[in-house]
Design a protein. Structure first.
Length: 308
């Protein structure tokens, strides 16, 4: 069943109503802030009732089957439930830069991007605006919206919230940032990261399975896991990659990323105030190979940038 079927049956509207109901004492993410966002109260993510976006543009920098030849229709949502000291998008995620818009306008942006012939609509950091995105979809479908939806998330998600997306999201693109809760608490200010993140990824996999491409090598559905290697092995790469192989499968598509640099507050944090060195990244690449994870993409490490 896809979102058009859900729209036709009335199930999509029911999910919109259920998602908005949860805003009255917001429990969409694992923080369970309990604030009444319908009345304008704001919790850790900083989000209110109306969707807030920083940009909605054609983007060519995602993984090859997502960007494809025509680009991904990327919509950056403002705010975040994590407080990563190294966030590269911190003006959007931490400072909340962006514009509050009506849900109907969010639907308009989706349709405008579709007219530009992008391969998909890619919601970045969408967790805290799940109800508004569902509502925008409900408004967009009768106007001809038909693209796959990419859920580009930190991975700090609740299973029961993700279940509202079953049959709606085609491609899940979660982070798996840490294998140690202490590191997650230190660098991202979130508790119980590993249990929550792993349960969320398992639910995403249950919904969409492994990545599937069309005849043009464009993603139609499935799971792609991103893992950013952190200096000092704060990301616990070997443990995370072994867990993926054992629990999701060696067929899993992994995007192993070397692009870390000390953005935001990381420049004043011990061991995070530098880029990766070659040995650190090579160790993560070796761990990927040892886990038997052969599908996906390994980002190049610039030797000069990685030197310490």
């Amino acid at each position: 069943m896809n979102y058009f079927d859900l729209y036709t049956s009335g199930e999509l509207l029911l999910r919109v109503r259920e998602a908005y109901r949860r805003l009255a004492a917001c429990d969409l993410c694992p923080h369970d802030c309990g604030v009444n966002r319908i009345k304008g109260e704001r919790g850790i993510c900083g989000a209110g009732l109306r969707p807030k976006i920083a940009s909605a543009n054609v983007h060519h920098g995602e993984e090859p089957p997502i960007s494809g030849t025509k680009g991904s229709g990327t919509i950056f949502l403002s705010g975040c439930s994590l407080k990563c000291v190294f966030c590269q998008n911190f003006p959007i995620s931490q400072f909340g830069n962006g514009q509050e818009i009506a849900t109907r306008e969010l639907a308009d942006r989706m349709l405008i991007l579709q007219k530009k012939q992008v391969h998909n609509i890619n919601f970045v950091t969408p967790t805290h605006f799940l109800p508004q995105i569902l509502a925008a979809l409900w408004l967009a479908v009768p106007r001809g919206f038909s693209l796959p939806i990419v859920w580009n998330t930190s991975g700090y998600d609740k299973v029961d919230a993700l279940q509202l997306l079953d049959g709606i999201v085609s491609i899940y693109l979660p982070d798996m940032k840490y294998s140690d809760d202490n590191q997650a608490r230190f660098a991202s200010a979130v508790p119980d990261y590993c249990l929550i993140n792993r349960a969320a990824v398992m639910e995403m996999f249950r919904q969409v399975g492994h990545l599937r491409l069309n005849v043009s090598d464009i993603a139609e559905s499935g799971l792609v896991i991103r893992h950013l290697v952190l200096p000092g092995d704060r990301s616990g790469s070997r443990e995370t990659l072994q867990w993926i192989a054992a629990n999701i499968g060696r067929e899993t598509n992994i995007a192993l990323m070397s692009q870390y640099f000390p953005a935001h507050q990381a420049s004043i944090v011990a061991e995070m105030n530098r880029t990766l060195n070659t040995e650190e990244y090579n160790t993560a690449v070796e761990a990927l190979e040892e886990a038997g994870l052969e599908n996906g993409w390994v980002q190049d490490l610039d030797e000069e940038r990685g030197a310490v």
